[in-house]
Design a protein around this ligand. Sequence first.
Ligand code: ACM
Length: 268
Amino acid sequence: MLIGTVQFAPRYGQPEANRAHVAALVAGVSADVLVLPELFTSGYFFQATADARAAAEPVPKGPSCAWLIEQARATGTTFVAGLPERGPEGGLFNSAVIVPPDGPVTCYRKIHLYNEEKLHFAPGRQPPPVVDLTARDGTSYRLGLMICFDWFYPEVARSLALRGADIIAHPSNLVRKNCPRAMPIRALENRVFTVTANRYGSESNGKATLTFIGQSQACAPDGELLYRAPRVGDAADVVEIDPAEARLKRVTAHNELWEDRAPATYSS
Ligand code: ACM
């Protein structure tokens, strides 16, 4: 099956323009799973909570989810994308959705908010999802989801893998340099595929400027990098994988990844 990332520089507060930009980037790209960045509709560095609220949408009834459903149905691709969510009670969440061509939308609210995100969003308190899906050639796979700074908490990738994820989709707006080096380790220590979609460009909130580091990438269960996009520039990259490789948890003749865990010794 084919999995990939869409890297671009979202325009602040311009969801329609951002959706149109992604549509142009993915036109003609053949993939079973395409991961877009965190907050792909809105941009990232909110100047005020009012800007986050103005960009936030209900899920799955909002215009960006409707657009993702349309894209998924038209192409047979499962889209994974980050967007600001307005919950039924009015709460704001930094969320991401899994949108298959023929199934329900799954939403995940980011648990580990990064820095000023805490000024605008409430943290998610539900476990990150693992969804059973089927690729266009009939291959079954299990897709897990986490968002950007969740990478800093290895528990998230571990719990997704323990619950059977073959592939971890990772919509991101990375600013720290370490994540591109850390994700091969998340892949290795859990023996799963990881797909990190990052943005590039800079944004200012009026007081500070953030520069996003691009380098969207996919990693294999042996910790190898399957591809990495440049630091700057639009990219829609795809790689062929066999998700069954992520179910081989044997490390040596005497080590099986899950059997050798000793959670009672480190549960505290
Ligand atoms: C981040 O979590 N967007 C750094």
